[in-house]
Write a protein that binds this ligand. Structure first.
Ligand code: ZN
Ligand code: FE
Length: 239
């Protein structure tokens, strides 16, 4: 089992610290370095890998300082190798990467950015989705089309229902509000809204979700056609 620790950074981003049984460590999407260095030092840990889902600053800005301090290896999407400098290992669809002896599968998930990837850990039943999939939403389509987003969502929902979903931002409460505006009578969604409201009132994180929950409550996943998906994305942009 891999221990996943959630490190809140910037305004509403999450970086994820992974600690394997054999002692390897990785950080996913370090949008800033200071809180991560502080946490590693507090636990007396070094850093072996940095994994980036996509090239946006709020996911990679801490790379340089972490590499300098810990000599960590930088791992990220081949298709963004021009926009993420200094990658040691570049990965594409279907590639495998080994972390602490555990297999990690790479899913290319374009839409938010053209080269965005997700890291899927089948044995630990978890996926790190960056800004491709949020709990009850998806990232803005900065570089992709609704068709690409459609394919991306089919790929993610093909993962086992029990798969835990860890995403790049704590947007869950406002996402739930948006989903309810689209599907006011969805009972699973109403129940999850209550749950998420309580979690946030208590100042806790809503991560992780699950693929099963997303299928029941994420209106982007639930859109019945590419046209409807495009429409819902537009509604969300204006929400
Ligand atoms: Zn982004
Ligand atoms: Fe982001």
């Amino acid at each position: 089992m891999i221990d996943v620790q959630i490190i809140p950074i910037l305004k509403d981003n999450y970086a994820y610290l992974l600690i394997g049984e054999r002692g390897k460590t990785a950080i996913i999407d370090p949008g800033e370095a200071a809180p991560i260095i502080a946490e590693l030092e507090r636990q007396n840990l070094s850093l072996d890998y940095i994994l980036n889902t996509h090239h946006h600053g709020d996911h990679i800005a801490g790379n340089g300082a972490l590499i300098e301090k810990f000599d960590a290896k930088l791992v990220g999407p081949s298709k963004e190798s021009i926009r993420i400098s200094g990658m040691d290992i570049t990965l594409s669809e279907g590639d495998h990467f080994s972390f602490d002896g555990e297999d990690v599968q790479i899913l290319e998930t374009p839409g938010h950015t053209s080269g965005h990837i997700c890291f899927y850990f089948p044995a630990s039943e978890m996926v790190f989705t960056g800004d491709a999939l949020f709990l009850m939403s998806v990232g803005r389509l900065f570089e992709g089309t609704p068709e690409e987003l459609w394919t991306t969502l089919r790929k993610l929902t093909a993962l086992p229902d029990a798969t835990k979903v860890y995403c790049g931002h704590e947007y869950t409460l406002s996402n739930a509000e948006f989903c309810l505006s689209v599907e006011p009578n969805n009972q699973a969604l109403q129940a999850r809204m209550d749950e998420v409201q309580t979690i946030r009132d208590e100042g806790r994180t809503t991560m992780p979700g699950t693929i099963a929950q997303e299928k029941q409550t994420n209106v982007f996943i639930r859109a019945e056609s590419v046209e409807r998906l495009a429409e819902i994305r537009k509604l969300k942009d204006e929400f």
